[in-house]
Design a protein around this ligand. Structure first.
Ligand SMILES: Nc1ncnc2c1ncn2[C@@H]1O[C@H](COP(=O)(O)OP(=O)(O)OP(=O)(O)O)[C@@H](O)[C@H]1O
Ligand SMILES: [Mg+2]
Length: 346
């Protein structure tokens, strides 16, 4: 039976083997000694992306996002697990897979610097069988949409970082592929260009049914663009849900209390079902944020206990509101714990 996904990763794992500088050889004092280390970059990750869907992959620096993108595009070979694009196993059908995907990798080395933008598009188009009139028309349309028409005949090395990034996006789109892998596509772009790219991605996904994977550090972009979000931490997928659902799960758990005076938070922190308290003192007067367990019964218990405790402290309760969670808050909550724990398995 064929998969409902255009891109699918099943239990994909990647460990890199590296050499770390350790010390100089004591005897000769010259040749450095290296120690072998392993970096578990991607840890048994599974997810799928449907046609017409924008999937966002979020994670801190070094979480494994680029490695995941590279494995989907066949640039890095997984140690175990399987990657499929349009039901084709990437490892065995690399050329066929490459025809179906457009990739923008982080950095500006995707394009050929001594050539002009137009020549780059001709080169990459020809490599992938886009030729003649179609190539010419598409190249001009893409350069026009992205705002590079006035630079079309200038060597890429003379373009700014943002302009090179824009060209990389045009190169990814030159074959009009059904699958787009965009690794930090809007990094370094001005507000207008970033807006234009987001709009284009949404339009292509909705109207042409493209399947898009985006990695980004910009939570606003992710929240606005993505239908579904995967959060990757130390190589493992710690959450993978539709964006609304992901926000909803966490929205339930934060309540803002406003009072006439600051409460004794230590006693509230110790109540059953309370996960955390954080004092606030802004325009709305003194108060605190209460974080509760996601479990409905425990949350109810925590709220009742908190109210009882506030009353016994003789405080006047002005307002209680449920805090709207944004993606940044969710992301921090999911990725912050043990954030600085050493990574790797050695
Ligand atoms: N070729 C490589 N050799 C050795 N280690 C690597 C290699 N590529 C990536 N890594 C390691 O794998 C881990 C994941 O790297 P990756 O580039 O996938 O992270 P990322 O999530 O894209 O981070 P960023 O947000 O900084 O771009 C890092 O610890 C990195 O040092
Ligand atoms: Mg990266």
């Amino acid at each position: 039976m064929s998969s409902p996904y255009l891109v699918e990763l099943r239990d994909v794992d990647k460990t890199f083997y590296t050499r770390h500088f350790f010390s100089k050889n004591e005897e000769t004092g010259r040749r450095p000694i290296y120690r072998k280390k392993t970096v578990h970059a991607v840890d048994r990750v599974s997810f799928g992306i449907r046609s017409g869907e924008i999937f966002g992959l979020l994670g801190r620096n070094g979480a494994g996002k680029t490695t995941t993108v590279k494995m989907i595009s066949g640039l890095v070979k997984p140690c175990s697990g399987e990657v499929f694009v349009d039901d084709l196993p990437v490892e065995k059908k690399r050329l066929q897979v490459l025809r179906r995907i457009g990739v923008v990798l982080e950095g500006t080395r995707t394009c050929i610097w001594p050539l002009t933008p137009l020549e780059n598009l001709a080169y990459f188009g020809n490599l992938r069988d886009v030729k003649g009139k179609v190539l010419r028309e598409r190249s001009h349309r893409l350069l026009d949409f992205i705002g590079l028409t006035d630079k079309k005949d200038i060597q890429v090395r003379r373009l700014s970082r943002g302009q090179k990034q824009k060209l990389a996006i045009c190169i990814a789109l030159i074959t009009d592929p059904p699958v787009l892998l965009l690794d930090e596509p809007t990094t370094g772009l001005d507000v207008q260009s970033s807006r234009a790219i987001k709009d284009k991605v949404i339009e292509m996904t909705r109207e042409q049914g493209k399947c898009v994977l985006v990695t980004t550090h910009d939570m606003g972009t992710a929240q606005e663009l993505c239908d579904r979000i995967g959060i990757i931490k130390d190589g493992a997928l710690v959450a993978c849900k539709p964006t609304e659902e992901l926000l909803g799960v966490f929205a339930d758990q934060r309540f803002e209390f406003r009072l006439d005076r600051a409460p004794n938070l230590d006693t509230i922190q110790a109540l059953p079902g309370v996960m955390g308290v954080e004092s606030i003192n802004s325009d709305g007067g003194p108060g605190f944020i209460l974080r509760t367990s996601a479990d409905e019964a425990e949350r109810s218990n925590a709220l009742y206990n908190t109210l009882g405790q506030l009353q016994s402290q003789g405080l006047l309760l002005r307002t209680v509101t449920q805090r709207q969670q944004n993606l940044e808050g969710v992301f921090l909550q999911l990725t912050e714990s043990q954030a600085d724990a050493p990574k790797g398995r050695n």
